[in-house]
Design a protein around this ligand. Sequence first.
Ligand code: HEC
Ligand code: HEC
Ligand code: HEC
Ligand code: HEC
Ligand code: HEC
Ligand code: HEC
Ligand code: HEC
Ligand code: HEC
Ligand code: HEC
Ligand code: HEC
Length: 322
Amino acid sequence: MRPLLRATGMHRFAACASLGCLAALGAAPLRAQSQPPAQQQFVGGQVCQGCHADLADSFRRNPHFNSVASGKLPPERTGCEGCHGPGFEHAISADPDRIVRFPALTPAQAQENCLACHAGDLGKMHVRTSAHATGEVGCTNCHSIHDPHETGALLARRQRDLCYGCHQDIRARFEMPFKHRVNEGAMECTDCHNPHGAPVVSWAPAHSSRMVSPSFGNDLPCVGCHTDKRGPFVYEHPPVRVEGCGSCHEPHGSTTPRLLARPVSFTLCLECHNSIDGFGTTGQGIVGPWKGFHNLADPAFRECVLCHSRIHGSNADPLFRR
Ligand code: HEC
Ligand code: HEC
Ligand code: HEC
Ligand code: HEC
Ligand code: HEC
Ligand code: HEC
Ligand code: HEC
Ligand code: HEC
Ligand code: HEC
Ligand code: HEC
């Protein structure tokens, strides 16, 4: 330990001298009693650089370097010590136990560390109750501060590889014949999900949010891209609004065209429109004056959307035919 200390101490001296922080370091013990105790003292990132040169160099490309660059934030929000806590004791001892070490924290503690600054982000309002946090998946399971895959959002790996690392079963869904092209790179999981948690919204009360991020405040993310399905329509098809797109579509992928949830589309409709006896044999099944009209023995009537083509809602016809 000694030789290292001496050698690195030199760096520290050099780094400090050029930035005038040596005074702060050296003078600390001589200052008035109003100074905080040593273990709470901040030394500034330049001091860390003396011994952790590689990390400090790459840190210049890190979004967290902004706190250093601005020069305006208090020490507890600046640079290395913003996350690792006051470094005085560690800097003079080089003792790894006298600094915040993330692997030594529980996932919840690590998360609170990050949330000291990030709790104000609107997108993280539900982070503490999210399925990830409650499943002990914390910020550092997905983000790597010092060895990120990219310098923007600091993800540890390319996004879909990261998610598939724990959600293998979902990969198979995106390999189905009909799917959203996530594996091809046309979309990402975060086009529909917020891995930091999401509110339970009006289209799925009493249902887990599945961390699906709402668009336009309180709609399904789907209508952010499929804007023609958003409505409002003069004649709404209630399940589109109430149960949501997932009542008829598989969001990830399906063996049926249009991502439909059932292999034969009329069986999908009949899950709800089945309110009468003898359905499918004598052509009833549809209530009201037209109940004799639909004859399911005739294949032509099985392609419901051939006639009811505006199945997501219509401004012209209460039966969604135009
Ligand atoms: C005098 C040299 C020196 C200075 C200055 C220094 N460190 Fe260290 N640091 C070390 C040594 C030596 C280790 C132990 C390395 C090891 O165990 O591999 C260490 C370990 C650490 C660890 C724990 C690494 C682990 O294994 O998890 C962290 C975190 C850390 N330093 C952060 C900082 C920060 C932040 C600063 C600035 C406030 C700083 N260091 C300043 C020498 C220094
Ligand atoms: C945004 C929070 C944050 C900031 C800022 C930060 N670190 Fe870290 N640091 C971490 C986390 C989290 C880990 C644990 C490793 C991981 O999960 O990626 C870590 C690990 C380390 C380690 C030990 C592991 C390793 O990669 O060798 C050292 C040493 C370290 N940091 C030093 C520094 C220094 C020096 C600075 C300033 C240049 C700094 N850190 C700034 C969060 C931060
Ligand atoms: C001391 C306050 C502070 C702490 C603690 C902190 N951050 Fe940050 N973080 C910031 C600031 C400031 C930015 C830069 C925001 C900007 O420039 O818009 C940032 C940016 C980020 C970004 C990139 C944001 C983007 O828009 O691309 C990620 C990801 C991030 N932080 C994750 C973390 C994680 C994970 C932790 C805990 C290991 C953490 N932060 C701890 C203050 C902090
Ligand atoms: C399950 C993985 C996962 C976890 C856990 C996670 N994140 Fe993220 N985070 C992501 C992904 C994915 C993105 C989006 C990256 C992109 O847009 O390319 C992101 C983006 C961010 C951003 C930048 C954009 C934004 O939404 O503000 C910040 C800051 C951030 N995360 C901080 C955190 C913090 C703090 C925690 C812990 C409380 C955390 N993350 C936990 C995966 C995760
Ligand atoms: C087109 C939008 C969309 C995309 C892209 C998407 N999801 Fe989903 N995902 C959803 C919806 C909507 C649900 C909710 C289904 C429900 O309520 O049962 C869901 C549910 C889930 C669930 C929980 C229920 C289940 O089916 O096991 C997991 C886990 C999941 N998604 C992971 C992922 C991952 C990982 C990715 C990226 C590889 C991804 N999703 C991409 C829309 C999407
Ligand atoms: C470190 C492992 C890990 C990583 C990485 C991870 N997850 Fe998860 N995820 C979990 C665990 C654990 C749960 C909660 C248990 C469960 O429902 O399976 C979960 C649950 C979910 C759910 C279901 C939420 C619910 O309410 O049921 C979705 C959606 C999800 N993750 C999406 C993602 C996305 C998107 C990514 C990539 C940005 C991702 N996950 C990365 C471990 C992970
Ligand atoms: C980020 C934009 C985006 C979001 C969000 C999105 N989609 Fe898509 N969707 C697309 C694109 C682009 C296609 C075109 C097909 C392709 O990529 O191969 C598509 C295709 C589809 C198709 C098949 C269309 C066809 O002609 O075969 C259906 C059904 C669908 N999406 C439903 C949904 C549902 C349900 C959701 C919400 C869970 C959703 N989408 C969210 C972009 C999006
Ligand atoms: C009541 C069942 C049902 C609901 C709910 C539903 N869809 Fe559909 N959707 C269908 C059927 C059936 C088709 C196939 C139409 C066809 O083949 O012409 C379809 C086709 C599609 C298509 C591809 C053809 C087109 O019209 O662009 C997209 C995209 C789509 N739906 C998106 C959505 C979105 C987004 C939602 C939620 C806002 C949603 N669907 C809700 C039944 C439904
Ligand atoms: C999740 C349940 C559900 C599914 C699946 C469903 N519908 Fe509906 N549909 C409804 C409800 C509820 C109404 C409103 C009934 C009312 O107002 O009496 C409705 C209304 C209609 C109407 C207007 C006539 C009326 O009684 O108001 C038509 C036409 C219709 N649906 C056709 C279809 C077709 C075609 C499919 C398959 C592509 C389908 N529906 C799938 C629940 C569903
Ligand atoms: C050949 C065209 C055609 C096909 C195929 C078709 N319908 Fe219809 N449907 C109609 C017509 C026409 C009406 C009544 C129109 C009117 O009242 O003006 C109707 C009425 C309805 C109504 C409203 C009944 C009422 O009394 O309120 C429902 C619900 C319905 N159809 C569902 C279905 C379902 C489910 C399928 C597939 C199994 C289907 N339709 C297939 C043409 C069709």
